[in-house]
Design a protein around this ligand. Structure first.
Ligand code: ZN
Length: 136
């Protein structure tokens, strides 16, 4: 998956610099992740990030006007949990169903001594793969 350097930097300086779990959404144009919105009004309980859906849906329709496609949700985990949880996958499937998507990018920012970014992709069946990242 191609991602613009400035987008990754922005993710790391927002989600990557605060405690888990926070999140945001990402969008693509021509198969490049070029848009990111930090959902600072989203909420988090003990183990799941819950977007501020009104806000996020407003951003998604703004993106549509600019030909940017909503492709995924990024959130953070503590270092001891570098994989998606069952609840994350169920949530990813619900978003895919609601938005008629076959797959969704569900990257994680793992907060540790040094924050890491892992580009997970989830398909409709709930299978998770870690995608290679190419910085552009
Ligand atoms: Zn999670």
């Amino acid at each position: 998956m191609n991602i613009e350097v400035n987008v990754l930097n922005e993710i790391m300086s927002t989600i990557g610099s605060v405690s888990p779990e926070t999140g945001g959404i990402i969008g693509t144009q021509n198969d490049v992740v070029c848009a990111y919105y930090f959902d600072r009004t989203g909420s988090c309980d003990s183990n799941t990030y819950k977007p501020d859906t009104d806000n996020v849906n407003r951003v998604i329709s703004e993106w549509e006007k600019q030909d940017i496609q909503f492709v995924g949700v990024v959130h953070s985990h503590e270092e001891k949990q570098p994989a998606l949880l069952y609840a994350d996958i169920v949530y990813a499937q619900a978003i895919m169903k609601a938005n008629d998507m076959e797959r969704i990018l569900f990257p994680l920012v793992v907060i540790g001594n040094k924050a890491r970014f892992i580009m997970y992709m989830v398909d409709r069946c709930g299978d998770v793969t870690a995608e290679e990242i190419t910085l552009i």
